[in-house]
Design a protein around this ligand. Structure first.
Ligand code: DGL
Length: 297
């Protein structure tokens, strides 16, 4: 294969999808996206050197997220997926203005699904502190009549998942405490508003009871991505052997180890990228955007 840069502006079907997260959690989105779109090339970028985002101020998250999205844009992606609730809260509108390709977030698709499936209008959202403070789910559901939202930040969940712990008495006690306000509010639908939480769906479901419907922001984001690519006529319908690149701003070995642990072999060939380094083409396909980016603000 040629290592010459390919003009992906001319060939959007063959361009990869760029998926960005603060770290590992967005792999739940990448995994769901691969299930629905197995023929797509994917470049995943996890900003693990600066994660977790959930404890940071939105302005700081915004700066980091735009750097990461710029990097994916450099590789000529045909869509940018913000696979992080905190980053989606911080940067969605800026990103939609900044890039020519469609930008898909995790919040709008999950909020929409929850508003469709709730029977009593009481929706709960569990998320990071930063997502809770940004009130992005409140905004996403503001126009839906008859919906009452209860938001609960569950900061310790991320740490448990990253240690590979998805059950046990300590985590069960934490879950009971975190989820009590959601239970008391009578929510019949709960949005897993953080990329790590789909990996705790068993625990959350057991704690809240089977009658509560869980909506995964990761799965909804993957479905929304499928719909956007199809509507734009750029979905790769295959069959073909796709390329997948995993980039991290942190330690590549640690990323690969955790990614493998959380995602059973889904993660391989992890490369470290420095945000202060000049980006280089990636692999055989030499993914590089040749067009200009829209003016920046
Ligand atoms: N990816 C983040 C989110 O979905 C959780 C991890 C973090 O705090 O960076 O909000």
């Amino acid at each position: 294969m040629s290592s010459e840069p390919v003009d992906l502006e001319e060939d959007l079907v063959n361009a990869p999808i760029g998926i960005f997260d603060s770290g590992f959690g967005g792999l739940t989105v990448a995994h769901a996206a691969v299930d629905l779109m197995p023929n797509e090339d994917i470049i995943y970028l996890g900003d693990t050197a600066r994660a977790p985002y959930g404890e940071k101020h939105i302005a700081e998250v915004r700066e980091y997220a735009l750097q990461c999205l710029d990097r994916l844009d450099f590789h000529g992606v045909k869509a940018l997926v913000i696979a992080c609730n905190t980053a989606s809260s911080a940067v969605l509108r800026d990103a939609r203005e900044r890039y020519r390709v469609p930008v898909i977030d995790v919040i709008m698709p999950a909020a929409r699904r929850a508003s469709l499936v709730t029977r009593n209008g009481r929706i709960g959202v569990i998320c990071t502190e930063a997502t809770a403070r940004s009130r992005s789910y409140e905004d996403a559901l503001a126009a839906v009549p008859g919906v009452h939202l209860t938001t609960r930040a569950c900061p310790r969940f991320v740490d448990f998942v990253e240690r590979g712990i998805t059950g046990g008495p300590e985590l069960e006690a934490v879950a009971r405490e975190y989820l009590e306000p959601i239970r008391r509010a009578g929510c019949d639908t709960v949005i897993l508003g953080c990329t790590h939480y789909p990996l705790l769906a068993g625990l959350i479901s057991m704690t809240l009871g089977d009658e509560v419907t869980l909506v995964s922001s990761s799965e909804e984001c993957a479905r929304a991505s499928y719909a956007v690519l199809t509507r734009r006529g750029v979905l790769h319908t295959g069959p073909r052997e796709p390329s997948r690149y995993f980039l991290t701003t942190g330690n590549a070995e640690k990323f690969e180890m955790l990614g493998r642990r959380l995602m059973q072999g889904f993660v391989h060939d992890v490369h470290r990228v420095g945000m202060d380094e000049t980006p280089a083409p990636l692999g055989d396909r030499a993914f590089v955007r040749t067009g200009e980016r829209l003016p920046q603000h």
